[in-house]
Design a protein around this ligand. Structure first.
Ligand SMILES: [Zn+2]
Length: 305
């Protein structure tokens, strides 16, 4: 669902626009939300770039701040193009197959992972350290992301998440969550959490399992406060998005809009943009709910599981 905004030059799929995605379990009401910003993989000479340096990194900072405000993790959806565009890029998906490094095949249609990586999801936490270097960012995206299709495909194997703090965890439900495959919104949260947990393991600093409360309606109310080299405690950053019920604004958006929520963003004769449409005649968009009005969110995507 797109919001009508009185901002110019912002198409529905504009790169850089933020969308809130909510995966909602229709049986349990549990849900997982994430703030998603679209980016694109680009070629430069022999290398590859994903540029998150917009406004000297302020865009990344804004994304993280908005995500904290909305109590969801910040995620990039990186469009990596089709197989033809990626032809010079070696397939990386057979790398763990055996001890002998095999000659790297070019991306081909036989490799499901190559086909699926067209839209690759990676958290802002993973990219935060090297944000100023688009080639480093591209490398991180290509090596540490998960295809959007794999987030929801139950056929994709879901091994244990070997998080650095696992041994210190005292909450048996949280341990189970990391060690065993889950269903619905929990499994999507788990597949996003795996990205940061794997990244955390690569940073050699001592873990800290002091507990920290999670805001909202969390399924796991206390989590380790460890932040590694991330901008904040990573358990809380991801798992605040995993809730026992959706936030109020999601419930509101699932109902048909009331007259007050309709918003016409086409310029009127006075040159003003943005007015409430009381009667039909003009295509009207939906006014963002109050919780989202001070944010840059261009729309909310509700996915029922
Ligand atoms: Zn591949």
């Amino acid at each position: 669902m797109e919001f009508s905004r009185n901002q110019e030059g912002r198409g529905p799929n504009a790169l850089g626009a933020d969308y809130l995605w909510w995966w909602i379990d229709s049986h349990t009401g549990e849900c997982f939300g994430m703030l998603v910003q679209a980016k694109r993989l680009k070629r430069s000479g022999k290398g590859w770039r994903v540029d998150v340096t917009h406004r000297e990194g302020k865009q990344l900072g804004d994304l993280l701040r908005t995500a904290e405000h909305l109590e969801v993790p910040a995620v990039y959806a990186v469009y990596t193009g089709g197989l033809v565009f990626r032809e010079p890029l070696a397939c990386r998906h057979g790398a763990q197959a055996g001890p002998d490094p095999k000659p790297e095949p070019e991306p081909d249609e036989e490799c499901l992972a190559c086909r699926r990586m067209a839209i690759s999801m990676v958290t802002a936490y993973q990219l935060n350290m090297g944000w100023y270097d688009p080639e480093m960012t591209a490398d991180l995206v290509l090596s540490e992301s998960v295809p959007v299709e794999d987030l929801v495909d139950p056929a994709v194997p879901s091994p244990a998440v070997w998080d650095l703090n696992l041994r210190e965890l005292t909450n048996p439900q949280l341990r189970d969550f990391l060690l065993k495959p889950q269903g619905g919104a929990r499994e999507i949260a788990r597949r996003i959490f795996r990205l940061v947990a794997d990244h955390r393991r690569g940073a050699f600093s001592a873990a800290s399992a002091e507990l920290l409360p999670v805001p909202g309606a969390p399924i796991f109310p206390d989590v380790p406060e460890d932040r590694g080299h991330f901008p904040g405690p990573y358990y809380r950053h991801v798992l605040q998005g995993l809730r026992s019920s959706p936030p109020n604004y999601v419930e509101a958006l699932r109902r048909p809009p009331t007259v007050d929520e309709l918003w016409d963003s086409s310029p009127n004769s006075d040159g003003d943009i943005g007015r409430i449409v009381v009667a039909g005649g003009t295509p009207a968009g939906r006014r963002p709910p109050p919780e989202l009005q001070d944010t840059n969110i261009a729309g909310v995507v509700l996915i029922t599981l």
